[in-house]
Structure formats: C-alpha cells, structure tokens
Design a protein around this ligand. Structure first.
Ligand code: FAD
Ligand code: EPU
Length: 344
C-alpha cells in the first residue's frame, strides 16, 4: 500500500485507551520502500509523533502536528554467531512475532507473549514481563534520525536499556525512528520461571515445560490479571514500579511492614529494591475508583481504565491525583509509564 496521508485524522481507534483525539496530519507507512516519502512528509511539521499500536500512549488532547504510524511488515530468520536471530520490521505486531517464533520451534520470547503493540516500540521501553526483558534477547536495531535522515545501527550497549527505559526515552531520543530489530532466539531452551506465579504453575511437574507451554501459561496469567483493551480501554501499567536504594527500602519497611519489596530493580539495573506501584495505589484507596468514565481497574490498581467516553485529560487528571496521594502517604513520586502527548 502506498504512503497514506490524512489531514485532521481521528486517532480514537489508534490508541488502546480508546480516547478521542485528532492529529493535524496522519502519515501511515506500510512499505519500507516508502520511507523517504514518509520522512519528507514530516519536514516542517510543527510537532511529530511516531505511533505503533498506541498501547503505551495517553493522548491528553489533540495532537497539533504530524503522526507517523509505523505499519511496515516483514520478519526473517537468519543465522548468528551463536544460535539464530530473527529480524523484525518495526510495524510487525509483537505478539504475532512471538507466535511466529514459537511455531518455528524458536524459543526465547515466550515470557513476553501477549504484550500488545509493535516490534519497533518494544525497544523504546525495553518491554518486560514474567521474568524476562527484551534487552536479554536483543541483538541490535536499525533506526533513522528524523532530523537528518541518516540511518544508524544500534548495538545493545548503545540502546542503554534499563527497567522500562532506553536511550530512546532520554532527551533527544525521540528523534530516532526505529525501523527493524534483531533478536536472539534458538532451538535450545532454558525456561525462565523466576516469576513466582509462573513457577507455581509448573511446580510438581517432572518434565521441563516447552517454550510453547510457558507462553500458554503466560497468556493465561495475563488474561486473568490484565483487562483486555478490546473490552475496556487501558494502556497496561500506568506507572512504573518505583526502584529505591536499600536504605530507603529499609526505612519504608519499618514504617509499612506489609509493603511488598522485590530485590533487584531490573536485570540490568544496580538499584537494589523494586516496590509495587499497584500496592501503593491500592493502599491509598484508589482500586476500583471511578470518576465519570475515568477509573482505576477493580482488579489491578496499577491499570487506569476508560469505562467509555473518558477524555485523555480526565485520565491524566486522575493519574496526577493518584500520584499526589501516593507521594503524600509514602513520600514517593510515581513515574508514568505511557508516553503522554497532546493537550495543553
Ligand atoms: P505506542 O503506544 O504506539 O508507542 C509507545 C512509544 O513508543 C511512543 O513514545 C512512540 O512514539 C514510540 N514508538 C512506537 N513505535 C516506534 C518506532 N518504530 N520508532 C520510534 N519510536 C516508536 N509493556 C510491558 O513492557 N510489559 C507488559 O507486560 C505490558 N503489558 C501490557 C498490557 C496491556 C493490556 C497494555 C494495553 C499494554 C501493556 N504494555 C506492557 C505496554 C505496551 O504494550 C508496550 O509498551 C508496547 O511495546 C507499546 O507498543 P505500541 O506499538 O503500542 O507503542
Ligand atoms: N498489587 C497490589 N494491588 C494491586 C495490584 C498489585 O497490592 O491492585 C501488588 C501485589 O503485591 C502484587 C504486586 O503488586 O504481587 C505485583 O503485581 P503484578 O504481579 O501484577 O505486577 P506489576 O508489578 O503490577 C509488572 C509490570 C507489568 C508486567 C507484570 C508481570 C510494571 C510497571 N508493570 O506489573 O507490565 O506484565 O509485572 O511481569 O513493571 C506494563 O508495563 O504495562 C505491564 C503490564
């Protein structure tokens, strides 16, 4: 499909919160060969936003600029120095890519099954779930500098991955449009069952579960805990889990002995203790709270939901009220996970 350009485009169906918003211009890139035309369409835009599946995004208002929606498809297997790699175009669905690898007997991505969104965006916040982060499977990516049109290869080190973090989230990082990524996968399989509910599901089994079985279990756990955006608008966890140093963790534990604490902020981070934002929010009485159509999920306090016609501004107001109350009670500022754009 050639490059498609729409002025005054509705974004309602392009964000999983399902909030109503418009972009001054929407450019949709399906074919990697049309990249030069897409880059040309961004020149002179008052502002620009790269969009994948819109599952980690809060549109707090209309976007007065050009949105570039990445829909490029393509996936390939290729031999690597150790094992194999898969190369995935940025617009590929992440979950379909995970299924594709598993169907071919390639393991490595099973713990990350069922995360919504695109492959390109997976690198932005180093997606993670059930004991694995993208960084642990990552071999490299190609990106283009939207300011200069220059393409660049990024090594794992250059991406500076951390817990829900990368160089692309740092100041200046938004000028990079991720085009494709390479991930390490392989037929050899060592299951990662460090996440307690996953380990519990396989406890008592003598045989090692297969990668496909791990993925099935991950899907079951996810479906039981996280609301389906097709049924109720949401963007997954709205805040990151706070990562604090050992001294602060100790002080918090003395004041709040029931507070859950997990050692190790990230497989890649030195920070020692990760707290549960969901617990902090629930303690402040927000679980199941509803303000018009903007609400906090009744089964998971870390997930903000759109019950129907909430605006992005209303959801943002609720998020900021939650953040203030957690700060007042625990002295911690929660950091939003989704990108917040638009509005005044
Ligand atoms: P978008 O929301 O479209 O964009 C997110 C950010 O990435 C924006 O800043 C955007 O500008 C940028 N971006 C997108 N594509 C590109 C590109 N090609 N180049 C440059 N920048 C780009 N996340 C987890 O880590 N773990 C989870 O377990 C998890 N569970 C979720 C469950 C639910 C129900 C939902 C709704 C979300 C969940 N998420 C989770 C969050 C989300 O799915 C991921 O962050 C996902 O990677 C976002 O992909 P997307 O294509 O929808 O990105
Ligand atoms: N908790 C509560 N009340 C709640 C929810 C959670 O007290 O309402 C406490 C419980 O103690 C629970 C703990 O928080 O054991 C952790 O909850 P959960 O296992 O659901 O994980 P999470 O920390 O809320 C994180 C990621 C998810 C990821 C899961 C599984 C972040 C911000 N979120 O959630 O990622 O799927 O672990 O690995 O790190 C996302 O990023 O959008 C996302 C969904």
């Amino acid at each position: 499909m050639p490059l498609r350009i729409t002025d005054n485009a509705p974004l309602d169906a392009l964000n999983t919160f399902g909030v109503s918003a418009r972009a001054r211009r929407l450019v949709e890139l399906d074919d990697p060969a049309d990249l030069p035309a897409a880059l040309a369409a961004l020149v002179g835009a008052p502002a620009r936003l790269v969009l994948g599946g819109g599952s980690n995004l809060l549109l707090a208002g209309d976007f007065d600029g050009t949105v570039l929606r990445m829909r490029t498809r393509g996936r390939q297997r290729q031999p690597a120095a150790i094992g194999e790699e898969v190369s995935l175009q940025a617009g590929e669905s992440w979950d379909e890519a995970v299924r594709w690898t598993l169907d071919q007997g390639l393991a490595g991505l099973e713990n990350l099954a069922m995360i919504p969104g695109t492959c390109g965006a997976a690198a932005i916040q180093n997606i993670g779930a059930y004991g694995v982060e993208l960084a642990e499977r990552f071999a490299g990516l190609s990106a283009v500098d939207l300011d200069t049109g220059r393409q660049q290869a990024f090594t794992p080190e250059a991406c500076r991955f951390g817990y829900r973090d990368s160089v692309f989230k740092q100041p200046g990082g938004e000028r990079w449009l991720i085009l494709r990524l390479r991930l390490r996968v392989g037929p050899q399989f060592a299951p990662v069952l460090s996440y307690a509910p996953l380990a519990a599901a396989f406890a008592g089994r003598s045989a090692t579960p297969s990668a496909a079985e791990v993925a099935t279990e991950v899907r079951r756990i996810r479906a039981s805990r996280l609301p389906d955006p097709a049924r109720i608008g949401n963007a997954g966890s709205f805040f990151k889990n706070p990562v604090v140093n050992a001294a602060l963790a100790q002080a918090l534990h003395e004041r709040h002995p029931g507070m859950p604490m997990h050692p190790g902020g990230s497989s890649l981070s030195d920070a020692p203790v990760k707290l549960s934002a969901g617990w902090l929010i629930e303690q402040c009485g927000w679980k199941g709270h509803r303000d018009g159509d903007a609400g906090v999920h009744a089964d998971h306090a870390l997930v903000l939901v759109n019950h129907g016609r909430a605006s992005g501004a209303e959801l943002l107001r609720l998020a900021m009220a939650i953040r203030a109350s957690v700060h007042e009670r625990f002295g911690l500022w929660l950091e939003p996970e989704p990108r917040i754009v638009g509005g005044s």
